[in-house]
Ligand binder design. Structure first.
Ligand code: ARG
Length: 401
């Protein structure tokens, strides 16, 4: 029987050429796998037809938008995950859901190998292959760009020579990856890190310099998950989409960073994640009201470690699973409403209410009705500073003077 390979297929030039390229290099039959994670653009049916037109023996297409929103974006929100304090893990969280479908397709069609279109310089190759190793340990991995010398020039020449049903003239100088959680743009002119991004780079966000009138929005959360906008119930997918639209119109969520890749390279990245950044801001502010202080401090550390694991391709790892359990436990009381104003690139919270709040007006108030006994503070401070006081006394004694 001819060997079969499932290919993570985007419908673009490189993966369209990869179908025939892999076939010629390995003699295997190629099955194209296209997964909708909310990247927009062409319909899955159009992509299926192109895959078949480019020589795939089968095409597997999946609308994974709700799955992605519920099982990948929501945990990212609960973790307030921002890699290096900036990046909401847009591409990093899409790889594991694509991996799930690749493994499923490999089983369905009897494939022995999984192929993807990543280069050998990025994080995504690691995320795909570590994921495959974990979910389908018997499957092999191959990356035509990295392993079969499929360069851009050769791809264009191959597509023209074979008359593949794909445009080869449209020249986009950037490498773009996008889904409903956000959009990543890199390479080209951006590789000079002193160059400011030009307007044409952005797609999810309008320029924040000339914003429309301020947009006030109320987001309702239940156990860490957004469930309604302005009192209207929605699914997580719908909420992300709606916040992309509203926060995007105000230019919220533009990010320009130099980031540490797993493979040891620093790289310039432009991200746009209007919905994700607005939701993370709202979620964090609700946590400030509902999570106990020590738990909250520790959760920030856990969230950072979680972000690093996910960035580093360890979505399916044991540690990530353990951290998920901790994070999930902290979300029990993260319920209530956050009101925020979206305007001119900013999402600023100006109101919060929660049935499970830890904010105690009577303890906090400086007005009458204060229940806080201020006389307790003197003794507390005395003890709190005691060990430092003893240590500095010793320093003075030993150093003389
Ligand atoms: N640097 C980001 C990451 O590693 C984004 C990668 C996006 N991929 C792309 N082809 N533009 O998650």
């Amino acid at each position: 029987m001819t060997e079969r390979i499932v290919l993570a297929y985007s419908g673009g030039l490189d993966t369209s050429v990869a179908i025939g390229w892999i076939g010629e290099a390995t003699g295997a039959e190629v099955i194209a796998v296209a997964v909708d994670v909310g990247q927009g653009g062409e319909s899955l049916e159009t992509i299926r037809q192109r895959a078949l037109g480019c020589g795939a023996v089968e095409a597997y297409v999946a609308d994974a938008r709700d799955e992605f929103a519920n099982e990948y974006a929501m945990p990212t929100l609960k973790a307030n995950a921002l890699y290096q304090g900036h990046y909401p893990l847009v591409s990093a969280i899409s790889r594991p859901v694509i991996v799930k479908h690749l493994v499923k397709a490999a089983r369905e069609f009897g494939a022995t190998t999984v192929a993807h279109g990543c280069t050998g310089k990025g994080n995504d190759q690691v995320r795909f292959e570590v994921g495959i190793q974990t979910l389908g340990p018997d499957l092999k991995c191959i990356a035509p760009v990295r392993d079969l010398a499929l360069t851009r020039d050769k791809a264009i020449a191959f597509a023209e020579e074979k008359g593949l049903p794909i445009e080869t003239t449209k020249k986009n100088p950037y490498s773009i990856d996008q889904n409903v959680w956000g959009r990543a743009v890199e390479t080209g002119y951006l590789e000079d890190i002193w160059n400011a991004p030009t307007k044409d780079i952005y797609d999810y966000t309008a320029t924040p310099e000339f914003p429309p009138a301020p947009d006030e929005v109320t987001i309702t959360f239940e156990a860490g998950v957004p469930v309604a906008i302005d009192g209207v119930k929605h699914t997580p997918l719908q909420i992300i989409q709606e916040m992309n639209r509203r926060a995007g119109a105000q230019g919220v969520g533009r990010i320009d960073v130099v980031e540490d890749r797993l493979v040891g390279i620093k790289s310039r990245e432009i991200y746009e994640a209007p919905g994700a950044m607005a939701l993370i801001t709202a979620h964090k502010h609700l946590e400030d009201v509902t999570i106990e202080r020590e738990q909250a401090r520790f959760k920030a550390t856990v969230g950072q470690r979680w972000s690093e694991l996910v960035y580093d391709g360890q979505w399916f790892s044991a540690l990530k699973r353990s951290l998920d359990a901790f994070i999930e436990d902290t979300q029990k009381y993260v319920s209530g409403d956050i009101r925020m104003v979206l305007h001119g690139g900013q999402a600023i919270v100006n109101g919060r209410r929660s049935e499970t709040s830890l904010y105690d007006f009577d303890l906090a108030t400086y007005d009458t009705g204060d229940t806080f006994d201020q006389s307790m503070a003197r003794g507390f401070i005395e003890l709190w500073g005691m060990s430092s006081k003893v240590a500095s006394g010793r320093d003075l004694r030993v150093q003389g003077k």
